[in-house]
Design a protein around this ligand. Structure first.
Ligand code: NCD
Length: 360
């Protein structure tokens, strides 16, 4: 049984295959209209969502399947104190596949360890969002015809933006990817992404604070909103919330075939006057999200026993405590804290749930 917790649970070949299936679905929707007949998808969303939940549900309906849905912890047993593990066990009795969004980092991994059906991470706090990344990859592929040889700028909240983390993780495996990280100092990409993903995969990148100066070299610009709900201090959010606004005027500096992506929702970081520019791809991206989720649900429900690429359960270390307040271990007391040794020489360990670093 296969879970998709992080985008690197999928190999590059599998991503290619998902993109091909999505393109075939776009061309021949009727061919797939009963592919999941008799199957049920449960969407468990303990955090707000419009696109992700509705696109999962629309995807399942268009495959001929059915949907069971929980939205918000206040309408489910989570409000009575039920753990993520118990909820996953229970929902496995009703559904054939689960898509879950939860505010705590590592929550989807916890759910996958006790569920008896495949679990798809639909966003675990500020950590990852693999199906948004599949959406982004399909969009880049449809716009550019390639996933290699891309210079991409990520702009905005690179610290808490889970869609940024997952897309960087995915693109790091392609050839000749150049990354420009555009953010205020306070919202830089976390260390586990810079050292553990970009450096490790020899991806060329630079960090800048100014959008205008980076614009002219980009093939893709990935705009993000400042993630208000993840800030510990409201003052800091207010100070940073208007850091970047992309306008039609600024776009005159960019390439004529730039693709502008945004996972949405937009707050004010892209002015509406950009929407009519042919380079604006964020609404096309929304539709791509439904097709790629159809391809993913179909794959997970039909393939036989292919294991996850990531072996999370190997050589885990006990006896270290995760201090990240956003980690699922901070609220679910019965979860055993587990770490992986990632750098023996420097004595660096990372939490298997949220990837927070501990040095020993
Ligand atoms: C993103 C998310 O929820 O992480 N949106 C999405 O899934 N389409 C981005 C965001 O909330 O800013």
């Amino acid at each position: 049984m296969r879970n998709i917790i992080d985008v690197v649970d999928l190999s590059k070949d599998e991503i290619k295959e998902l993109i091909e299936t999505a393109l075939d679905i776009i061309e021949n929707p009727k061919k797939y209209s009963t592919s999941c007949a008799g199957k049920k998808l449960a969407t468990l969303f303990f955090e707000p969502s419009t696109r992700t939940r509705l696109s999962f549900e629309a995807a399942m309906y268009e495959l001929g399947g059915n949907v069971l849905s929980v939205t918000g912890s206040d309408t489910s047993s989570a409000s009575k104190g039920e753990s993520v593990s118990d909820t996953a066990k229970v929902v496995s009795c009703y559904a054939d596949i689960i898509a879950m969004r939860h505010p705590k980092e590592g929550s989807a991994y916890v759910a996958s360890r006790s569920a008896s059906v495949p679990v798809i991470n639909a966003g675990d706090g500020g950590h990852c969002h693999p199906t948004q990344t599949l959406t982004d990859l399909l969009t880049i592929y449809r716009q550019k015809g390639r996933l290699d040889n891309i210079t991409i700028g990520f702009c905005g909240d690179l610290k808490y933006g889970r869609t940024v983390h997952s897309l960087i993780n995915a693109l790091s495996r392609y050839d000749n990817i150049k990354v420009v990280l555009i953010s205020p100092e306070e919202l830089r990409l976390p260390g586990y992404m810079r050292y553990g993903v970009l450096d490790k995969n020899n991806v060329s990148y630079r960090e800048v604070s100014d959008l205008e100066s980076a614009l002219k070299e980009l093939d893709v610009l990935y705009m993000t909103r400042i993630q208000q709900e993840r800030f510990a201090s409201r003052e800091e959010y207010l100070r940073l919330k208007d850091s970047y606004v992309l306008t039609a005027e600024k776009l005159s500096l960019a390439k004529s075939d730039l693709a502008i992506l945004h996972p949405l929702p937009r707050v004010n970081e892209i002015s509406v006057d950009v929407d009519k520019d042919p380079r604006a791809c964020y609404f096309k991206q929304v539709l791509n999200g439904k097709y790629i989720r159809m391809a993913l649900i179909l794959k997970l429900l039909t393939e036989k026993d292919s294991p996850s690429l990531l072996q999370r359960d190997e050589s885990l270390i006990k006896g270290i405590k995760c201090e990240n307040p956003r980690c699922i271990t901070s609220t679910e007391q019965e979860i055993e804290h587990l770490f992986k040794l990632v750098d023996k020489e420097k004595g660096i360990y990372r939490c298997v749930y949220c990837e927070a670093k501990v040095e020993k």
